[in-house]
Ligand binder design. Structure first.
Ligand code: SF4
Length: 102
């Protein structure tokens, strides 16, 4: 994933991004253009997810995106809705077994 803007109050670990499969890819592939229609979005997301599926740091990317308020884009092979589902799944699991939601 292209480097996200740094925040002055929070300094996450970024070194995993050095091994990102998407380095050098067009940002539009992962975030989409303004006014994108659903059929085009589906195609674009499939392409982005194909890149993610080959990525050595997919888990690190996904965990980062789930731990941050990343509302948009494909991160760790999941789109916004899928990340929201995964975030809820992890929270339910954490509540059930008492482990951190990561
Ligand atoms: S999982 Fe996808 S979005 Fe994340 S670093 Fe890898 S290629 Fe980029």
């Amino acid at each position: 994933m292209p480097r996200a803007p740094r925040r002055s109050t929070h300094k996450p670990e970024w070194s995993w991004q050095d091994d990102a499969q998407c380095r050098g890819e067009d940002l539009v592939l992962f975030f989409g253009p303004d006014g994108e229609r659903q059929p085009e979005r589906d195609i674009r997301e499939r392409k982005a997810k194909a890149v993610c599926s080959q990525c050595l740091v997919r888990i690190e990317c996904l965990n980062y995106a789930l731990s941050q308020p990343e509302k948009y884009g494909t991160w760790g092979g999941l789109n916004e809705d899928e990340r929201a589902s995964e975030r809820r799944r992890r929270m339910r699991r954490a509540a059930t077994v008492g482990v951190p939601a990561a």
